[in-house]
Structure formats: structure tokens, C-alpha cells
Ligand binder design. Structure first.
Ligand SMILES: [Zn+2]
Length: 183
């Protein structure tokens, strides 16, 4: 009864018996694995965690990530992480980023490429921020027609239909070759 390999979402313990530790999350009922790894149940501290074979795949507080926006909600976005501190990762871990205090019409759209800083891990969720000048959208498209956009001061303008819109742009917007992340 020592080693069990897990996949993301696997049930590893009941929250009545164990707390969600590193690389796990609590779905309100069960502690589940957030990554592929080795199940590690600590009966002394009553913590269930996952030892990840490649620790680099889980960003730590202070890391800078680049990823694709998976969902846009009223006060936050969810981002699938593709790069951690410039290194590619294939583990497809998600983080969330509050957009509540950002005064932009459309902070980011689904499928935009964004760069964020990891600020904490809370209840198994990885939280990131985008409020520094180099953080924010690296690549986006026109919300109306899907066309290519160019930056105009704080706004963006579509080169196809001339629609003017806003995003929380990174100072690196348009400078990099993140186009290759598109599918
Ligand atoms: Zn357009």
C-alpha cells in the first residue's frame, strides 16, 4: 500500500479525513489530484498530497506564466498554463486571475495569450495577478470579426473591420512570437 500514481481529477481521499495538500484540490467532498503524480497520504498531519515527478510543472508563488485564456467570468479569468518562467510545460495546469480591479472593457477574451504572475495557492487553486505593466494580454484578436489587431495607445484596433476595443495589454504585447501557441 505504498505507491499509487494519479491523474488529474482522481479522488485520493475524503475531505472528512484528510486536508488537501500540495498538488491537490478539494471539490467539497473529496480531495482530488491536480496533477499526474504519486499519491502521498500523511496520516500524522492528515494531509493528502501528490508528489509530482516534474515539480517544474506546477508554478510557485512569484513565477511568471504564459498561457491561454480558457474561460472568462464576470470577475476573473481561467488560464491554461503553457510556459512557467519561459519553460514549456505540458501538464495543462490551470490558474485563475481576478479581473475585478482592472478598468478595461474586455480585459481578455477566450483563447487570448496572457502572461501572469502567480500570487498564491489557495484551497488547491492557483491564483495569479495581471496588474503589473508587463503582465496581461500578449496576443488577442478582434472580438467582432476575429481579425488581426494593432495597439493604439491603451486600446486596440482591428486591421480588418476597424473595431476599437480594450484589453489589459502587457507592455510586451505584439513584441513576441506567441503566435505559435495558437492552434
Ligand atoms: Zn475586426
Amino acid at each position: 500500500m505504498s505507491k499509487f500514481y494519479t491523474f488529474p481529477g482522481d479522488k485520493i481521499a475524503s475531505i472528512e479525513e484528510y486536508e488537501a495538500g500540495y498538488n491537490t484540490f478539494d471539490d467539497g467532498n473529496m480531495v482530488r489530484a491536480a496533477t499526474v503524480g504519486e499519491k502521498d497520504i500523511d496520516k500524522v498531519t492528515r494531509t493528502a498530497k501528490i508528489k509530482h515527478p516534474k515539480m517544474l510543472s506546477i508554478p510557485r508563488v512569484g513565477d511568471t506564466i504564459i498561457g491561454k485564456v480558457a474561460a472568462v467570468m464576470s470577475s476573473m479569468i481561467a488560464v491554461t498554463i503553457d510556459y512557467i518562467n519561459g519553460k514549456p510545460t505540458t501538464s495543462k495546469v490551470e490558474c485563475v486571475c481576478s479581473t475585478r480591479n482592472i478598468r478595461k472593457k474586455n480585459v481578455a477574451l477566450v483563447n487570448d495569450i496572457v502572461t501572469l504572475k502567480i500570487i498564491n495557492h489557495l484551497n488547491g487553486t492557483i491564483h495569479a495577478a495581471m496588474d503589473e505593466s508587463d503582465l496581461g494580454v500578449l496576443f488577442t484578436k478582434c472580438r467582432k470579426c476575429g481579425g488581426k489587431v494593432v495597439q493604439m495607445r491603451d486600446a486596440i484596433k482591428c486591421t480588418e473591420c476597424s473595431w476599437i476595443d480594450e484589453r489589459k495589454l502587457s507592455t510586451n504585447f505584439g513584441k513576441s512570437d506567441f503566435l505559435k501557441l495558437r492552434e
